[in-house]
Write a protein that binds this ligand. Structure first.
Ligand code: PAZ
Length: 292
């Protein structure tokens, strides 16, 4: 991550670390059961593409098997239905041929071309986590690695990270037995990682956190509370049911509502394009302020 950041910064590029997907909280150390959450990773995967289009290099810290940039567009398609087999002929020595059906995978050639350009250009560094503790360790390492490029680094913390966990010392080793009767769990609070990230690990970076609520009435107060507590640059606030079409970017001085219109939806505009455009402009201003 450190080499990736310094190499891109030397080439004049900014680097964004995107966190994406949910976290798994094990209930047993030889894990059979775990607590999980709803996050698909779509926000992170989709945003990664728009950041790359805006000239950023991306460290994509994502949950194993959550949505991935470019392939996310085909995530609901069964690959077997997208391929057509033409059987070869042993007598004439012609081999079986497998072709892609472009009706099942619309735009596949365009997306594949872009994916390879990004991969060959070394613009995307994918890093995977599954459990909460892997996420916390990797985020700390990423923050320290990106701190070397100062304000050119952006943190875009879109992952849905558990607030609760069972410490390893309190976790049973073996599978919890249902024969012991109803299960009562006591969960500890996960330490608020934003605080050391902003204060100690990457104090010059441009940091964006996300806030999700189900009750719209408390959303903006929670977002402002986070800005006050952690003193970072912005919170992207969203409500579970409307998160694909409406978010508010809250900064200490501003509050920008980003809304997809019906026309946008018809034209397949994605809200992540608006979020990334809003934040890359704010990042520009942040870098210029630091320089002056
Ligand atoms: O991953 P996804 O696209 O299904 O959902 C995105 C999201 C709602 C997880 C993200 O926008 C977000 O708000 N993340 C932070 C969640 C939180 O408050 O912890």
């Amino acid at each position: 991550m450190s080499a990736f950041a310094t190499q891109h910064a030397a080439a004049g590029r900014r680097v964004v670390l995107i966190t994406s997907g949910g976290t798994k909280v094990p209930l047993e150390s030889r894990t059979v059961r775990f607590l999980d959450n709803f996050s698909s990773g779509r926000r992170g995967a989709c945003s990664a593409e728009y950041f790359i289009d805006s000239g950023y290099a991306v460290v994509f810290l994502h949950r194993h098997r959550s949505l991935y940039p470019y392939s996310r567009m085909f995530s609901t398609i069964n690959v077997m239905d997208a391929l057509q087999l033409t059987s070869g002929d042993e007598a004439s020595g012609s081999a079986d041929e497998v072709l892609v059906n472009p009706q099942v995978l619309p735009n596949i050639a365009k997306v594949l071309k872009k994916y390879h350009e990004v991969k060959d250009g070394g613009l995307l560094l994918p890093i995977e986590f599954s459990t909460l503790s892997e996420y916390l360790h990797l985020l700390k390492a990423a923050a320290q690695a990106l701190s070397t490029i100062g304000p050119k680094a952006m943190f875009y913390l879109a992952a849905a990270v558990s607030d609760f966990y069972i410490p390893a010392s309190e976790m049973p080793e073996h599978k919890i037995q249902s024969s012991n009767g109803p299960l009562q769990l006591s969960l500890n609070m996960v330490p608020k990682i934003l605080s050391p990230l902003v204060k100690d690990w990457a104090p010059q970076a441009f940091v964006i956190s996300f806030k999700l609520e189900t009750d719209a009435a408390i959303l903006l107060d929670k977002a402002r509370g986070a800005l006050k507590n952690y003193r970072h640059q912005a919170v992207v606030a969203n409500v579970l049911d409307s998160r694909r079409g409406y978010v508010v970017v809250v900064t200490p001085k501003t509050q920008d509502e980003l809304i997809l219109t019906e026309e946008d939806v018809k034209n397949e505009v994605e809200i992540e394009e608006m979020i990334v455009s809003n934040l890359t402009s704010a990042h520009n201003r942040f870098i210029n302020q630091q320089a002056s």
